[in-house]
Design a protein around this ligand. Structure first.
Ligand SMILES: NC(=O)c1ccc[n+]([C@@H]2O[C@H](COP(=O)([O-])OP(=O)(O)OC[C@H]3O[C@@H](n4cnc5c(N)ncnc54)[C@H](OP(=O)(O)O)[C@@H]3O)[C@@H](O)[C@H]2O)c1
Length: 257
């Protein structure tokens, strides 16, 4: 077991990548605090994860809720060894038709919320802990309609490197995992119909060197590596888990003669 006795916080642990990671971490011996906004999926997640999981309803943008959350985690867990700042949204902000509130909401959830989560965790994070942010290939690869999302994810890369320097004296490692397209409920939250989502997924898969979308469990394994002692000398990196999309963007089936 790679995480025996470790205490973990996963924001957005009631869905997709966060939930798959919570499941794997518990199998590896951890106790996990998961957060999210939707009480129904939080309850369902705890049901699935069992007694090693505790769920807390907290919006990462709500500072009062964050205070209550960390008071509860301190009481229930005592300390933390690992934080996976994973909660995020993928709203669209097309140039020419985006209002200020829409742009700022995405930044506030994906970037400010992730930073403030870590900031709130620091007093109870043990020396030698591991922090992982969930970035995205879109923080590197341009995609039409995603300026705020791209900025938020590129921002995580930048802030993680500063934090790694801030926290190095305590032996706390800070890394980013950056997924390519992964099959999670985030695709259904875009306002597209299931048919449109299916078509888009097919198009995107054709551009991925491995020719398919990723599974949340494949992301969870990469997060486990960054969270565990297996990565004890890995610090301030961005690890792409994207089927090769970033490294060889013309390697997918769509580009083969
Ligand atoms: N799936 C992909 O293709 C992909 C690719 C690159 C990066 N990512 C990143 O992976 C992370 C997880 O996404 P996912 O694909 O697993 O999608 P998902 O299934 O939609 O999960 C998103 C999670 O974030 C939580 N969340 C969103 N806004 C929140 C807020 N304001 N406060 C607290 N929790 C909030 C959601 O909780 P509630 O439902 O309770 O609100 C949910 O648990 C995100 O940061 C996303 O940007 C995903």
């Amino acid at each position: 077991m790679k995480l025996k006795g470790k205490k973990v916080l996963i924001t957005g642990g009631n869905s997709g990548i966060g939930l798959a990671t919570a499941k794997l971490f518990i199998e590896e011996g951890a106790e996990v605090a998961i957060t999210g906004r939707d009480q129904k999926t939080l309850d369902e997640a705890v049901q699935l994860l069992g007694p090693k999981a505790k769920a807390y309803r907290a919006d990462v943008t709500d500072s009062a809720a964050r205070k209550v959350l960390f008071a509860a985690i301190t009481k229930d867990f005592g300390h933390l060894d690992i934080v996976f700042a994973n909660a995020g949204v993928a709203g669209q902000t097309k140039a020419g038709s985006t209002d200020e509130a829409t742009f700022e909401d995405i930044i506030r959830i994906n970037l400010t919320g992730a930073f403030l989560t870590v900031e709130s965790a620091l007093p109870i994070l043990k020396d030698g802990s591991s922090i992982i942010f969930n970035g995205s290939v879109i923080g590197t690869l341009g995609q039409s309609g995603y300026a705020a999302y791209a900025a938020s994810k590129a921002g995580l890369r930048g802030l993680s490197r500063s934090l790694a320097a801030d926290l190095a004296p305590r032996g706390i490692r800070v890394n980013v995992v950056s997924p390519g397209p992964i099959k999670t409920p985030i695709w259904g939250r875009t306002g597209r119909s299931p048919e449109e989502t299916g078509e888009l997924a097919k198009l995107i898969a054709a551009t991925i060197p491995l020719g398919r979308l990723g599974e949340p469990e494949e992301l969870a394994k990469a997060v486990l590596f960054l969270a565990s002692d297996d990565s004890s000398y890995v610090n301030a990196i961005e690890s792409f888990v994207d089927g090769g999309a970033t490294g060889t963007p013309f390697g997918g089936p769509a580009f083969r003669q």
